[in-house]
Design a protein around this ligand. Structure first.
Ligand code: PLP
Length: 481
């Protein structure tokens, strides 16, 4: 039990099961499963309501980049709430934190992304950017440029439009989505490339997919390509080297806007405030951010827009025209004040450089799990990674969903003090950027034990062949590599 707990665990459990509908709820078990209530947190650790201290391998949800419990953040939020909690951002109205943050983001942004539109999170950023692209082409007299190209395994959000351009098959069942103008290219996942194809050939094929789709639709009908630099929620898919730059060049060739979704990759996770240009050589027309922008302390998102686009639809060309996109909480002063302090902390503590160095160590240590028979692929970059489990490594075949491999690894890791994110047969990791090498070692050790415990369970329950290994335990911890 947490010391001096303000909370009654029994009440929370009952009320959660009776009334609380969580995002991505499993309806079969609705109301029957004990919630895991996280009540306190500091640094890279979270505490559940029963007092268990867990290493947070998830970073909240890819977002608590600077770590938990920062007094400076709490103070900035409290100060702004006391000084001026909210005023409308519409028309000429503005708050000092929103103005200052727009200038600060423009300074860190690649190319001419100098115009900042604030949203409430990542989904609304994707939604606003896509609506902006449609508006832009209507405005400049190219109203046929309406089609949007995206990819399987993409995730851009949970509004109608951002969900429509997302591409995780399981998320689309029973949903009505915009389909006639949205086109999903095959996922650029090198692990799933055809047998015998080199990574370079695979890259050529994925770039060709984009070009072929633009040509098939007619460039005059294609508005934009929306892409995460790495496909985060799709399983931390790292496209082959050169893919991002080459797809960007294809977009330039056909006058298709390139929207870079840096909701996860921004604010240090790949070692830069924005990774598009320094890491991937992409100078997008629009760039989306959220999550690490405030490190999750309060909600905020933003779309950074190229000045060249803005120039074509503003000023003398735009008499009487309104860009009717906006939210009550666009540029919320408390959120913007939090973002400014968050960026101060990232800069002062050199968290981008730290994430680059520790990210390299994190990736190297995680790859030591590849000797476990259940592990098919370990991939990632910087401070984001995925361990993909398979029933057969040669065939790269996913384990049947009723083996519940992800849930088992999650539970086995949790019992040992680590929270990792299960997604089907994938385990996704994105810890706070402040994680130390000792904590990375601990995370990897626990994950190894959790995978081994899961293999033991599967063998014991007769679900998985045990013959190829005398027992899963034979693979017990290897030395630090
Ligand atoms: C790449 C990406 N874009 C957009 C979103 C949606 O952001 P939000 O949940 O803040 O609306 C997410 C959420 O995980 C994301 O990973």
């Amino acid at each position: 039990m947490i010391a001096n707990s303000l909370y009654d665990p029994e009440f929370l459990s009952r009320a959660d099961r009776a009334h609380h509908l969580h995002p991505w709820t499993d309806l079969e078990t609705l109301g029957t499963r004990e919630p895991i209530v996280i009540a306190e947190a500091e640094g890279v650790h979270i505490h559940d309501i029963d007092g268990n201290r867990l290493l947070d391998g998830i970073g909240g949800m890819w977002c608590v980049n600077i770590g938990y419990g920062r007094r400076e953040m709490a103070q900035a939020i409290a100060d702004q709430a006391a000084r001026m909690c909210y005023y409308s951002p519409f028309g000429p109205l503005a708050s000092p934190p929103a103005v200052e943050l727009s200038a600060r983001l423009a300074r860190s942004a690649p190319g001419d992304l100098k115009r900042v539109f604030f949203t409430t999170g990542g989904s609304t950023a994707a939604d606003a950017a896509l609506r902006f692209a449609q508006y832009y082409f209507n405005f400049i007299g190219q109203p046929t440029k309406k089609h949007i190209i995206t990819r399987e395994n993409a995730y851009h959000g949970s509004t109608f439009l951002s969900a429509s351009v997302s591409g995780k098959p399981g998320d689309r069942a029973f949903m009505e989505l915009l389909t006639d103008r949205v086109h999903h290219l095959p996922s650029p996942n090198p692990y799933r490339r055809p047998d015998g194809m080199s990574v370079e050939e695979f890259c050529d094929a994925k770039v060709a997919d984009l070009e072929a789709k633009i040509v098939e639709l007619g460039p005059e009908n294609v508005a934009c390509f929306i892409a995460e630099p790495l496909l985060a929620s799709g399983g931390v898919i790292v496209p082959p080297p050169g893919y991002q730059r080459r797809t960007f060049e294809v977009c330039r060739k056909y006058d298709v806007l390139y929207i870079s979704d840096e909701v996860v990759t921004g604010f240090g996770r790949l070692g830069h405030i924005f990774a598009s240009e320094p890491v991937f050589g992409v100078t997008p027309d629009l760039l989306l951010c959220a999550k690490g922008l405030t490190s999750g302390y309060v909600p905020l998102g933003a779309v950074l827009i190229s000045e060249a686009l803005i120039d074509r639809i503003s000023g003398v060309h735009a008499k009487g025209k309104l860009l009717s996109i906006g939210f009550t909480y666009s540029g919320h002063p408390v959120s913007c004040a939090a973002a400014l302090t968050n960026i101060d902390i990232i800069e002062r503590e050199g968290l981008c450089a730290h994430a680059s160095e520790s990210g390299a160590y994190f990736q190297k240590r995680l790859r030591s799990l590849a000797d476990l028979e259940l592990v098919g692929d370990v991939r990632g970059m910087g401070m984001m990674a995925c361990v993909e489990c398979v029933r057969d490594r040669t065939m790269r075949e996913a384990p049947p969903s009723d083996w519940e491999v992800g849930r088992r690894i999650f539970e086995n890791a949790r019992a040992r003090g680590l929270l990792a994110r299960p997604m089907g047969h994938l385990i996704v990791l994105s810890p706070p950027l402040i994680i130390t090498t000792a904590q990375i070692d601990r995370l990897v050790e626990i994950l190894r034990e959790a995978v081994i415990a899961t293999m033991d369970e599967l063998v014991r329950e007769g679900l998985w062949r045990g013959e190829s290994r005398s027992t899963a335990s034979a693979l017990r911890p290897s030395a630090v590599s």
